[in-house]
Ligand binder design. Structure first.
Ligand code: FE2
Length: 331
């Protein structure tokens, strides 16, 4: 996009009857078929964009370079990456927070964005799972554990804790074909005390690929595309609200400067290095490790639809859905 801010803007046609009538036709208001909601939303969206073109005197060059950028975003399945980068994912979370507050479903662990890299059907385990396949021996061993509780502190036995994270190079299995199937993806059912434990490796942070369409957009805004090291969670249990969240590891340069706006104060967790031989032996490890503790409090709800994750295209969620639908860009 070129800098057009100094140009004198004189032509204003948006409010003319000709343009307003045209918008009604484009949005299909004069047609019997289609969806009323689609027409209303498209009319509003187009009106806002037409007005923007008028107000900012958008040039043909700017318009068509934007079309080209949108094509590149789609080609690289990067809309799922640009979406959190432009704050949409966090904005949707803010709206869900407000809905929960109004319904008095408060006090639980905060939600945060899912990202596009969940893969359904990970191996299941009870109480404990080893998540990594051992093919990254240089990576630091992570001992990830916590307790799932009701907001009143009662442990939730059998809660389902789905965890996924990237390797020490910032890559996720499935989307990175060099990794074994479901590497660093597990579903762990909490034990009788609501506790879950995973042995894995400390993930690294990662960034939007240099020069990628998302990077082009962020650079135009003077922003970076980096994320801190983080670990994704789905947590669910009967009679409780499904929780989509993630933890950001403390001490990462981007812990509080996440381009995807996933960081929330309560979700920043330290990775504590443990060197005590007794603790190492207890876990049957070979050397020092990093312990990450994340307890999860779920709010109660009788509403069945709130006890499951909301629908969206996800890899392997159904037989028909492929990764192209879910998107393959990292978040
Ligand atoms: Fe991620």
């Amino acid at each position: 996009m070129t800098n057009n801010e100094d140009k004198t803007m004189t032509v204003k046609i948006f409010d003319t009857p000709e343009v307003q009538d045209f918008l009604n036709i484009v949005a299909g208001f004069d047609q019997a078929g289609g969806s009323q909601r689609a027409k209303q939303i498209m009319h509003r969206l187009l009106s806002d964009l037409y007005k923007l073109i008028d107000d900012f005197d958008v040039t043909e060059e700017e318009y068509w370079s934007t079309v080209s950028l949108l094509n590149a975003l789609g080609h690289d399945t990067q809309f799922g990456l640009l979406s959190p980068g432009l704050g949409f994912d966090h904005y949707l979370d803010m709206r869900q927070d407000a809905i929960d507050a109004e319904a008095k479903r408060t006090g639980g662990t905060p939600r945060t964005i899912e990202g596009p890299l969940y893969v359904a059907g990970a191996p299941e385990a009870e109480g404990f799972a080893r998540m990594d396949d051992g093919s990254d021996p240089e990576a630091e061993v992570m001992w990830l554990t916590g307790q799932v509780r009701d907001v009143d502190g009662t442990p939730i036995a059998g809660a389902k804790v789905e965890i996924w994270h990237c390797n020490s190079k910032g890559n996720y299995s499935f989307f990175d074909p060099t990794q074994s199937e479901y590497n660093m993806r597990r579903s762990i059912y909490a034990d009788g005390e609501g506790r879950y434990t995973a042995r894995s490796i400390i993930p690294s942070g990662y960034g939007v690929p240099e020069g990628a369409p998302t990077d082009v957009v962020l650079k135009a805004l003077g922003r970076h595309g980096e994320r801190p090291a983080h670990i994704h969670y789905f947590v669910s249990a009967p009679e409780h609200q499904h929780l989509t969240t993630q933890i950001n590891l403390a001490g990462d340069p981007y812990t509080f400067d996440d381009f995807a706006f996933a960081t929330r104060e309560e979700l920043v967790v330290p990775a504590k290095r443990i060197e005590d031989p007794a603790e190492i032996a207890k876990r049957e490890l070979d050397g020092p490790f990093a312990e990450v503790v994340f307890d999860i409090d779920l709010t109660r709800t009788d509403a069945a639809e709130l006890q499951h994750r909301h629908k969206r295209p996800r890899a392997k969620e159904t037989e028909a859905q492929e990764s192209q639908l879910a998107g393959s860009a990292k978040v």
